[in-house]
Structures are given as C-alpha cells and as structure tokens.
Design a protein around this ligand. Sequence first.
Ligand code: BG6
Length: 467
Amino acid sequence: MIARLVIFGGTGDLSGRYLLPGLAALRAAGRLDDGFGVVCADRKDRDAADFAGWVEAQLDRHAGEVPADARNAIIAAARFRRADIGDPGTVAAAVAGDGPVAVYLALPPALFPTAVQTLDQVGLPPGSTIVLEKPFGEDLTSAMELNRLLADLVPEEAVFRVDHFLAMTTVQNLLGSRLSNRVLEPIWNSAHIARIEIVWEETLTLEGRAGYYDQVGALEDMVQNHLLQLLCLIAMEPPITLSERDLRDRKVDVLRTLRPLTDAEIPRRTRRGRYTAGTIGARRVPSYIDEDGVDPRHRTETFAEIELTLDNWRWSGTRFVLRSGKALAADRKEVAVHFRPVPYLPFGRYGSAQPNVLRFGLDPETMTLALTAIGGDGESLVPLTLSAQTQPPELPAYGRLLLDVLNGNPALSLRGDEAEEAWRVVDPVISAWSRDLVPLDEYPAGSAGPGPRVSEADPDGDPAERP
Ligand code: BG6
C-alpha cells in the first residue's frame, strides 16, 4: 500500500469536503497504515496552526459521524506545503519523501496539462500513482493530448481517472444485481426493455462552485462522465472477472457502440435548461445567472438530457435517456428500467397491466419492481410494487476510491480510451448546443425542470411504454 498522498489543491473544496473525510473513514475502518501521511499542497501559504484548524473544521463538518480518534489521526497525519503547480521547485518539495507517492490533482481541469508536465519534469518515485478528477479534458482532442502527457509520466495502470459514482455501492449493485440473478439476464435486452432512464436530479444548487461549474455545465459535469459510466454498467456484456482489464474492456465496448447523435437528431434527442429564481422547500434560490461568480455570457446549462441508442444485437431498439439537473423540486437519483408491455392480456374489461419497471435507487439505497397482480375481487388487475432497501455502504465513495488508489487498483477508474470514447459521444452535442441548435430553456428553481422530457416528446417512441 502507498503510504503517502499529496493533494494539489489540498486546501480546496474537494479536499475538505470529500478527500480528508474519506481518509478519516478509512482510518476508522482500520484500512490506513499507521505511518500514513498526507500533504495538502496549495498556492496560498498557511501556517501550521491555521492549517490544522482548517482540517479539524472540515472533518467536523463533513465527517462528523467518524469517531474522534480517527479524525484526530488524520489531523496529525496532515501537513501543509506551499506549492504552485507550474513551479517545479515547489512541486518537487511537495512530493519529496521515501517510497512511492499518490498524487491527487484536486485542481481545476484546465490546470491538468500543466500539472502533468511539471510532475514529469520533477519525476516521481517508481510505483507512484496519479489521480485526476473529471472532466478529463474538455473534448476528444484535449483528452487525447492529456493521455499523451500522462503516458510520459507513469504507466497507464498508475493513472486513476476517478469517477466517484463507480465507488458507490448502489452503482456497484447495478452489476451485482444484473449478474447474480437468474431472472434478470435473460430479459436484459431490447426484446424486453423499451427504455432505460439514468437520472440524477438534485435539489442542490450551485453551492458556491461557480469557479468550476460555470465553465462546464450539467452535460460535462454529470452526463459525459457519471451518467455514461452508469450506462456502461447497465449495458455492458458480462465481464469474465471484475479485474481492471476485463471490466474496462467491456465498458469501452459500450462506449464504442453508442451512436453519436447527428445535427438533425440533436434538437429532438437532447434538451438543456438553466434555473431561474424560485423556492425549493422553504429555501429561496436566486436565478443561476445571479449566483456569485457566474458569467451569463457562458450560457451554462444547469439541466441536461440526452437520448442515446446502441448499435448492437442486444440493444438495438432500446432508448437510453440520461438526465441530470440542479435546483429541482425533488431528489431523484436512479436507474429506471422500463420493460415492454406483455404481448397479450386475457383479462378483457378487467383492466390493463402497468408496464413493469425495475428501479435501482442510487441515493438512498433502494430497489423497487413495479408489477401487476390480481386485486381482491379476484378478477381485476391492480398495480403491485415490491420494494427493498439495499445494504448501506461501509465506506463513503471517496473512502473507497482513495483505498483503491493507495492499493494501486485502477478497476474503478477510467482507462485512457474510455475517457476519449466518452467525449466522442458528447462532443457533437456540445458543438450543436454552442451553435444554438437547441434552445437554452429556463425553469424556476424548485420545479420539475423544463418540459416536456425527451422520452415523452419522442415522436418515434412507443406510446405503450411511456410513463
Ligand atoms: C459531482 C458533481 O461530481 O457529483 C456535482 O460535480 C454533483 O455537481 C455531485 O452534485 C453528485 O454526487 P454526490 O455524491 O456529491 O451526491
């Protein structure tokens, strides 16, 4: 196990909100070695006492459920270093030490190329790993260039293009449920499944993240990475094992099979929106463009929806709808598998069958299956829903993700070709949106988002399977 972690951007939001709490959870679970040390490197200098106070406050706020001795151990293991990612001298000092190091770039993605070049100049000890957050590049060309720079620095197995959704147990359950139950796999194809919705709708708003979010928007923040990864797990062929190679080979097959949308299809198969002022529960929310740090000229979307199809035997004819939005009325975070109606119902006037829907709740951890049954009168058809709670995770997603990084297991990170293929799918949409082929709709914060949904508006869709 690697015993040293250096976080560039180490006193930023990601570090305080997720990485240090993830380490505290690992410590509490007995998964960190005693000699483990973390360096938080950042441009703005801090003295030791001020830094320790900041770490303590972050852990109180974001890891309150972790026992105090584990939080104290992380406070004791953390050191601050002033470093500028473009300045090799300060970077060398931050990564200096015995043995391999895991370097986490908790930086704006625009700085990744500079960071990788500086690290290459400085050199990392053998066995070191590098971690990059999404979005990986800003289009196919820049992702290819970044992959080239990384290949000079460390071997591909040492590059962790992390996606914290893959480290969520509810996401791992997509494969777990699919592949360990006799009843699902035989019907896991377009003959039986009309549509799969992959949805991450949040009540969360910008939450002070304009510096990052206003550059990317919902399509690049959520769809290009998290939601496409969920699609891969749902649509992939069963892998031989869950080793990094088998798993990532099968995921990249899916990405390569997705048909990029054409300019003619994009207005019918995609939607974008941006929230205006409104109320979510008791909370008054300003218009997105009035949030601190937002530049309205960016025309950043806070809601994105795209409908994709796969060109292969298993899935030709099934629609995959990916949707994510912020400042919506309710949290809805799930994968919903909509089955086709039965071919024939011998019940005459006694009602109709509700289409079966299998829902994988991503947060909170639930699974439900909507079926149809006979009612109390013994002849009419009534809806019946089976619901269950899946097991809560033992580690938070970032805890699991950091454990894999320190253990050198990249199975739950994206391989270079995966990151490139994901841009191949999304680039045409970015281009069409930048040319205004699709209007930027507005929706009040606290509403269901701009309507109607792609899946409902689809002129080619089968009305029988609509919700
Ligand atoms: C992040 C996105 O990757 O995922 C956020 O940048 C989003 O915009 C978040 O809110 C959702 O995941 P979680 O685990 O923080 O609920």
